[in-house]
Design a protein around this ligand. Structure first.
Ligand code: SF4
Length: 448
C-alpha cells in the first residue's frame, strides 16, 4: 500500500506545499519513504528519501520545489523488499519527449514478465519498481499522441493501481479497470488535486469533486479536466480499505469509511448479540466498529485501551522484529475502567493473531472478568497479491485454525467474526468489492 497525490495549477507557481500537506494526511498509507517532484516550465526537480514526510521535507526543501505541477508519494515497503532509497517515488525519468514523473499505489502482477520482454529488447531498468515498467511502456508508445501512449501502456499491465503521473503540461490520474485502489479528484479554487484519500483535500481546504472511476484515465491541464474511459471490469474495490487501511474521515467511492465501520459494528452485534458491562475498541481501527457495536447493543462504549500516539501502526511495519517491539510499547489498558468488568473487545481484523493475543492478556492483567472478542471483518484466510502486504498464508492464523481454536489461542471467553455478507452489507451492497483475503477469489489472476 502507498499513497499518491498530484496537483495542477494554472496560476500558482508553488504547489508543492499542497502536495506536502496532502501527503501528511495520508502518511498512514506508507511510512518507508516520502517524495515530491515538481515541474517548472519543463524543468523537473524532486526530493525523495527514506523517512516520514516531516523527516524528509523542511521549509527549505519545500521552498526549493517550485512549479505549478507536482506529484507526491508515501511508500510502504512490502515485507520481502529491502528499505531501498532507489525504490522511493515519485519515479522521475527523462525520455525523448520530455520528463515524466509517476507515483503509484498498487501492484502490477505481470510486471516481471513485461520487464523481461523489454529487457530482451534492450531496455535497462534502474529500480525494482513496477512503476518503472509503466514509465518505460509510456516512453515506448509515445510517438505523437501522449494520451494514446498512456492508454497503450496501461493496456499492457495487469493488477491494481492508482497512478498519478506528471508531464511538462499536465497531471494524469488513472485507476485500474477494477478500481481496486482508491483515487479521488478535488478542487481548490481553479486548481485540481488528486489523491488516494479525500482527507488530503480536507487538509488543504479543497472540495471533493468525484472519484476517478475504475478504468478511467483523467488528464488535467490548462484547459481543465478531460477523461478517457477504458472498458471497466466489474468494480472490485479493496474492501480492506474500509475495514482497516483508509482513515475513517475519508470517503471512498461515495462511501464514508466511518459509516461503513460503524455499520459493521452494528451488524456484528446483530449477528452475535452479547451481554456485557462495557464495549471497548482496539485502537485505532477497531474504535469506530466498537462505537457501532455499542450503539447497536445499548452497552456503554468505554475507553479501555490507551495508545501511545507516537508509535507507528504495527501492521505496516515491515519486519516481525520491529512489529513485535512496536506492539509491546504501543498499547496500555485503562485499569480503572476494566477491573472486574465483563467486556466486549471489538477489533477490525485478526491477521497473525499476535496483537489480539497480547491485547487480551493485557486486559486480563488489568483485571477484566470476561473478555468477548468481536471482529469487524471475516477471518483473513488468504494472502493479498494486489498491493496490500498481508503476510504469507502460513502466517495468517485463520488459514490453519478455526474460530474455536483461535479463541483458545488468544485466551478469550468468546470470539466471533462478522460474516462476509454482513461486512459487504455494512460497506454498501451496491458497490462491488474485492474480498480475496477472506474468500480466496481475486478479481485479477496471479501471474507466477
Ligand atoms: S485481497 Fe484483500 S487486501 Fe488484497 S485487494 Fe483484495 S480485499 Fe484488498
Amino acid at each position: 500500500m502507498s499513497g499518491v497525490v498530484g496537483v495542477f495549477s494554472n496560476s500558482n507557481e508553488h504547489v508543492s506545499p499542497y502536495v506536502y500537506y496532502g501527503l501528511y494526511a495520508i502518511q498512514h498509507r506508507g511510512q518507508i519513504s516520502s517524495g515530491i517532484a515538481v515541474n517548472n516550465n519543463g524543468f523537473v526537480d524532486y526530493v525523495k528519501e527514506l523517512g516520514l514526510v516531516n523527516e524528509v521535507f523542511n521549509n527549505e526543501t519545500i521552498d526549493r520545489l517550485r512549479g505549478n505541477i507536482a506529484i507526491g508519494h508515501v511508500r510502504y515497503a512490502a515485507h520481502f523488499e529491502a528499505k531501498n532509497k532507489a525504490n522511493a517515488q515519485p519515479l522521475v525519468v527523462g525520455y525523448k519527449r520530455g520528463a515524466l514523473g509517476i507515483s503509484l499505489d498498487g501492484s502490477i502482477v505481470n510486471f516481471m514478465k513485461v520487464r523481461e520482454e523489454m529487457e530482451d529488447s534492450g531496455a535497462i531498468f534502474q529500480t525494482d519498481l513496477d512503476t518503472e515498467v509503466i514509465a518505460a511502456l509510456i516512453a515506448k508508445y509515445h510517438k505523437n499522441d501522449f494520451n494514446q501512449a498512456i492508454v497503450d501502456a496501461l493496456k499492457d499491465v495487469q493488477g491494481s493501481y492508482a497512478m498519478v503521473a506528471m508531464t511538462n503540461d499536465r497531471i494524469v490520474a488513472a485507476r485500474d479497470p477494477h478500481g481496486l485502489k482508491p483515487l479521488s479528484i478535488g478542487k481548490i479554487g481553479s486548481d485540481y488535486i488528486v489523491a488516494s484519500e479525500t482527507v488530503a483535500f480536507d487538509t488543504i481546504g479543497a472540495e471533493l469533486v468525484r472519484d476517478v472511476e475504475p478504468g478511467e484515465i483523467v488528464m488535467i491541464d490548462k484547459d481543465g479536466l478531460t477523461t478517457i474511459q477504458r472498458s471497466p471490469e466489474k468494480r472490485s474495490m479493496c474492501i480492506f480499505e474500509l475495514v482497516y487501511l483508509a482513515r475513517p474521515d475519508s470517503i471512498i467511492d461515495d462511501k464514508s469509511v466511518y459509516i461503513s465501520r460503524s455499520e459493521a459494528g452494528k451488524q456484528l452485534y446483530r449477528e452475535f448479540p452479547t451481554e456485557a458491562d462495557i464495549v471497548i475498541g482496539a485502537p485505532d481501527s477497531g474504535i469506530v466498529a466498537a462505537i457501532g457495536y455499542a450503539e447497536g447493543s445499548g452497552i456503554p462504549y468505554t475507553e479501555g485501551i490507551i495508545k501511545n500516539r507516537y508509535v507507528g501502526r504495527t501492521f505496516i511495519e515491515p519486519t516481525q522484529a520491529i512489529r513485535e517491539q512496536g506492539v509491546r510499547i504501543k498499547l496500555n489498558a485503562l485499569r480503572e475502567n476494566i477491573k472486574g468488568k465483563s467486556l466486549v473487545l471489538v477489533d477490525d481484523s485478526i491477521v497473525r493473531g499476535t496483537t489480539i493475543k497480547r491485547t487480551v492478556a493485557m486486559l486480563r492483567d488489568a483485571g477484566a472478568r470476561e473478555i468477548h472478542v468481536r471482529i469487524a471483518s471475516p477471518p483473513v484466510t488468504h494472502s493479498c497479491y494486489l498491493g496490500v502486504d498481508t503476510p504469507s498464508e502460513e502466517n495468517l492464523i485463520a488459514s490453519h485454525m478455526d474460530t474455536e481454536q483461535i479463541r483458545q489461542e488468544i485466551g478469550a471467553e468468546s470470539l466471533y467474526f462478522i460474516s462476509l455478507e454482513g461486512l459487504v452489507k455494512a460497506a454498501g451492497e451496491e458497490n462491488g468489492f474485492c474480498r480475496g483475503c477472506f474468500s480466496g477469489n481475486y478479481p485479477v489472476e496471479r501471474v507466477e
